[in-house]
Design a protein around this ligand. Structure first.
Ligand code: HEM
Length: 137
């Protein structure tokens, strides 16, 4: 993704904080988006999880821009989410994507089709990479 696109995503993510807690809204949508998801977070400390996800999104933004730190961070997530660890089935990533797009659309007052396309590109790149590591040892 080019610098312009990454800048658009950063600004959009920044505008979301003006409205309130985007990550709260994300989890509200995500946990209800597929029956297999909520049970996976039954023992999760959401105070910590929300902070981790906020960092996760920032890592995805760096990854989108092919930054070394982004690549390293996404590699860790790919490692933690694979079959032998958190065991997140690749089929669930689409719900992650839809939930984040929905939450951003509600929170960024400047949201439009162009931004949707850019966010989608970033999320696609990220989830494809993480999901491809599912069967890694
Ligand atoms: C690109 C998509 C995703 C990102 C960026 C992401 C990010 C994260 C981060 C940062 C953590 C905490 C650190 C870690 O354990 O590595 C985490 C944990 C977790 N993620 Fe994801 N995740 C993604 C997709 C998913 C999906 C689709 C599921 C489906 C159920 C999922 C389930 C979990 C679970 C169960 C945990 C552990 C929670 C706990 O510690 O109780 N993740 N994720």
């Amino acid at each position: 993704m080019n610098d312009q696109e990454i800048q658009e995503v950063r600004e959009s993510f920044g505008r979301c904080t003006l409205k309130g807690d985007l990550i709260d809204r994300f989890y509200e949508i995500f946990l209800e988006s597929h029956p297999d998801i909520k049970p996976r977070f039954a023992n999760t400390d959401f105070t910590k999880q929300k902070e981790l996800l906020r960092k996760g999104i920032n890592i995805a933004i760096l990854f989108g821009n092919d930054k070394v730190l982004g690549r390293k961070g996404i590699e860790k997530l790919r490692e933690s989410h694979k079959r032998t660890k958190l065991n997140v089935s690749p089929s669930l990533y689409i719900y992650w994507k839809k939930s984040l797009l929905q939450a951003v659309s509600e929170y960024d007052y400047q949201y439009n089709r162009e931004l949707e396309t850019i966010w989608e590109k970033l999320i696609e790149k990220t989830i494809t990479y993480i999901a491809e590591g599912y069967e890694n040892n």
